[in-house]
Ligand binder design. Structure first.
Ligand code: BDP
Length: 608
């Protein structure tokens, strides 16, 4: 059980919420002296840095960019006197990968996991009508007991370095917004919703958790602010006549207003935007509002110049404009839960989201993207540390589902990316994770995980857990690239025939496929890394997709070029983007646009 409310911070009649974003004091603890020197009471020096942002790409010094260890942040905040008597929290959108929070020199809380929000209850520790000091120690070391998995090594010069078991740069710090909240003592804590569509009408079933015993009233408003239904009680149903369903490209949102009342007095009100829609798997189909839907889109990253993985509202806007332009309808939040504002945007724009927890790197290798195709085994789930990892994974999963369950855009949970699922030891681990997701989600959305190259029909021990089988495949890139692409196609078809023969009666999607391509390279005839080859690769891949009816979606890797650890296989990052890191199209963007605009939304769907 999460002991604080995960509801997104909002100002209402009863709630106050003040942004703490801005320039904060900052210090990398290079000498590991922060504890001894009592940084919790104030950090030395004058360095300041923006919050939210990753710290890495502001500076010109490589030791800073690669810094691994503790970093300290500090800011001052004012708590209004009229807030006395309320519960006061500091809400962190995320702190990557773990944080220790101190207010006025006193430790308040700590949190493990770098991509989900947490609250520090500071009610008893702040000075009212006065200034307070907030110090946060953030640590960005990677381990195999937390997600995402990796190692921290010490180099011969004594400096620590992050060695991710995953293919994205270990951006870290306070990468999301921080808010100061004042809530009434009795407040709305959590909201569960399920939907039933009845002809043209709909039923919205709700369950409200509060921190007290007073009664609850719920009312639903349409986009124009008209009340369309209401109900009393912590649990109930709202009947909506002629419901405007939430659809792809038509993210119609109602506003659910939940109030705790004491007679005439309103104790607390919270407003939640909701979209009325159903999601289910039926045979080989993914059904949205009982109609088959074919996924077209991307695996993405939160990644951009300068700000790194820090939430940037401008980058978000551009990304949605590009996704609409190209005819996409969906994306996967590879490889971690994204900033909440991105799901809100997907809700409004009518995008389908596969929401991924940060369980990436569960395959002990620094180059798993290469080695996964070779059949290499690392006995990952046989490690002694697996129990501890599972605990961290389940906790993050709970935070993810509680945070995101009310977004209409979220149509499935991705519970792992490219784990080593070829070993029996993975089975009990998967069992726990898949069971937990089902238990936590009131809407019982489909669950999936992305299968790595060597998790094949005859080697993968875990595909049966998935409601949607999601394949990450690189035939024509890591396997038989270049002039050998004809052999890649043959192997690709052989694998798919294998899946077909299993008659799983489940939908398959490609959660990754792609080829590294330098925006600067044109070459006729093609060579690998040229824009011409990216096109050839996609032509072959699309032909394969179109030959199998059980394939119900394609999410290319990646939306845009992104930063990774440096190495001989990465040219200043991963270049599989359809767009450059600056969000301009490579040639294949036009090819995908043509394809995706042509494919009907229910492509290959058998009518339910
Ligand atoms: C897969 C990973 C992804 C990598 C991609 C690649 O899921 O994170 O970036 O392949 O190699 O292994 O480009």
């Amino acid at each position: 059980m999460i002991e604080y409310s995960m509801l997104y911070p909002k100002v209402t009649v009863s709630r106050r919420c003040v942004s703490m974003d801005g320039m904060w004091k900052f210090k990398l603890d290079e000498k590991e002296e922060g504890e001894k020197e009592n940084y919790r009471e104030g950090i030395p020096g004058d360095e300041v840095i923006p919050v939210p942002a990753s710290f890495q790409d502001f500076y010109t010094d490589k030791d800073i960019r690669e810094f691994t260890g503790d970093m300290w942040y500090e800011t001052r905040f004012f708590v209004p006197g009229e807030w006395e008597g309320r519960d006061i929290f500091i809400r962190f959108g995320a702190a990557t990968h773990r944080a220790f929070v101190y207010v006025n020199g006193k430790k308040i809380t700590e949190h493990e996991g770098g991509f989900l929000p947490f609250l520090a209850d500071v009610t008893e520790h702040v000075t009212y009508n006065g200034y307070n000091r907030l110090v946060v120690k953030v640590n960005n070391e990677l381990t195999v007991t937390n997600i995402p998995c990796g190692e921290t090594v010490v180099l011969s010069n004594g400096k620590k370095m992050s060695k991710p078991y995953f293919d994205f740069f270990n951006y870290s710090g306070l990468q999301r917004s921080v808010y100061l909240l004042a809530l009434p003592k009795e407040s709305v804590f959590d909201i569960d919703l399920t939907y039933e569509i009845e002809g043209g009408d709909a039923k919205v079933n709700y369950k409200i958790k509060t921190t007290g015993e007073h009664p609850v009233e719920a009312a639903l408003y349409d986009k124009s602010g008209e009340k369309v239904a209401d109900s009393s009680g912590k649990e109930g149903a709202l009947h909506v006549e002629h419901a405007h369903l939430w659809q792809v490209g038509d993210g119609y949102l109602y506003c659910l207003k939940v109030c705790i009342v004491d007679g005439e007095e309103v104790i607390d009100c919270y407003e939640q935007e909701i979209g009325i829609r159903t999601v289910e798997i039926q045979g080989e189909n993914i059904l949205l509002n009982k109609k088959p839907v074919y996924l077209k889109g991307f695996g993405k990253h939160e990644d951009a110049d300068i700000v790194g993985r820090g939430f940037d509202i401008n980058v978000m806007k551009r990304d949605f404009e590009l996704m609409k332009w190209i005819g996409a309808n969906s994306f996967r939040t590879a490889h971690y839960p994204y900033s909440e504002e991105i799901y809100q945007m997907a809700d409004r724009e009518g995008f389908l989201v596969i929401d991924e927890v940060a369980a990436v790197g569960l395959f002990a290798s620094l180059m798993n993207f290469m080695e996964a195709s070779t059949g290499k085994q690392t006995a990952f789930f046989e490690k002694e540390t697996t129990g501890e990892l599972l605990k961290a994974h389940l906790k993050a999963l709970e935070e993810l589902i509680v945070r995101d369950k009310n977004h209409p855009c979220v149509i499935a949970w991705s519970l792992l990316n490219e784990p080593e699922s070829t070993n029996e030891a993975a089975v009990p681990y998967f069992e726990e994770v898949f069971r937990k997701a089902l238990e936590l989600d009131p809407q019982k959305r489909p669950r999936t995980f992305a299968l790595v190259m060597n998790s094949l029909p005859d080697t993968c021990k875990c595909y049966n857990f998935s409601d949607i089988i999601a394949l990450n495949r690189y035939y024509g890139w890591y396997v038989k690239g270049g002039y050998e692409i004809c052999d890649a196609e043959e192997l690709f078809r052989k694998e798919l025939d294998g899946w077909k023969n299993l008659k799983l009666n489940k939908p398959f999607i490609f959660s990754e496929y792609g080829a590294d391509t330098l925006a600067s390279e044109h070459k006729l005839p093609s060579v690998m890394w040229s824009q011409e080859y990216q096109r050839e690769y996609l032509d072959m891949t699309h032909q394969v997709f179109d030959s199998y009816d059980f394939i119900k979606g394609e999410q290319i890797w990646n939306f845009a070029d992104f930063q990774t650890t440096e190495g001989i296989l990465r040219v200043n990052g991963n270049k599989k983007g359809v767009f450059t890191r600056q969000r301009q199209p490579k040639d294949v963007a036009y090819l995908l646009k043509e394809r995706w605009e042509k494919l009907p939304s229910d492509y290959k769907g058998q009518k339910a």
